[in-house]
Design a binder for this molecule. Sequence first.
Ligand code: AMP
Ligand code: TRP
Length: 338
Amino acid sequence: MDEQVIQKTILSGIQPTGQLTIGNYIGAMKNFVRLQNDYETLYMVVDLHALTVPQDPKELRHKTLSVIAQYISVGLDPEKNNLFIQSHVTGHTELTWILGCLTGLGDLNRMTQFKDKSSKPGANINAGLYTYPILMASDILLYNADFVPVGEDQKQHVELTRDIAMKFNYRYSDTFTIPEPIIPKSGARIMDLQNPLAKMSKSDSGESGRLALIDEPSVIAKKIKSAVTDSGSEIKFSEDEEKAGIRNLLTIYSNLTELSIADIELKYKSRGYGDFKKDLADIVVEKLSPIKLKHDDLMKNKDYLESVLKSGAESAQKKAWKMLGKVYRKIGLVQAAR
Ligand code: AMP
Ligand code: TRP
């Protein structure tokens, strides 16, 4: 008799809060693509998370579709992956309430992303920003995800998710899979080109500090050329703080070419930053141009995007209802008569 192979589940999400950056790609999406053939995969656009900071409704709609188009453009096959929008599936916010009743304030107070965001001058500190990690835990646990590919900055949120899942399982018996993060060894934290001591962010970095997946080639070349380095000239990877700029550029180079840092250092042994940056610009343009072209094309074909989203949400919704029903039963909610 054939043994039935049960595929493990991968799940991740990206917020539609700006144009996706090369940090999103190297830190998270590259792994999304790599994992799509061997696992059951669910990749969302987390529009509800985006509401934790003020959004222009029209722009939010556009950016949400654009992220889906970029998922497909970087190589996620809609036939193989569940691509969907978080708000299209009922269950994420319902589970958030239940898990919120199990989450200590102390745990939420420890979250560095909340501390960073709420300590910014003029920050809009709303309850959503505070409970954001519980919504993320619900995203993950609702589908019993085994693995969660993310960049370094999301590690703490996945750890909180594990704690919440264990707490639930302990109190109500085994229900949730305890998820593990998948974080790349290199490139888990791509830095701002203008301030290489800060993370490259689609919403916080200035225009010249971030490389968007859908930037024009001439813009990419200009941004790389003006990236902050230091007064040295040697192309060398160093953990020194003052070398953060060149270290970041080397990390991007290595991740896009799959060459090791040592090989790149050797290649530029007696050459300067100027040569190196010029080549890096060519490499980034070569990688991103087809993504931009495909994205722009897909954005003209909204019917197609909608059909992808419809089938993604339908299949995610089936899984979500099943899990939510199980959770409701376990915690003692009376089943509704149908
Ligand atoms: P966000 O842009 O916050 O929605 O993040 C989406 C995914 O990209 C998450 O897995 C992040 O950890 C990852 N990510 C965001 N910015 C970076 C960055 N600068 N370097 C590496 N990964 C990143
Ligand atoms: N909080 C994540 C970020 O900002 C996005 C996210 C929401 C997510 N839900 C998720 C990532 C579930 C992984 C799994 O990057």
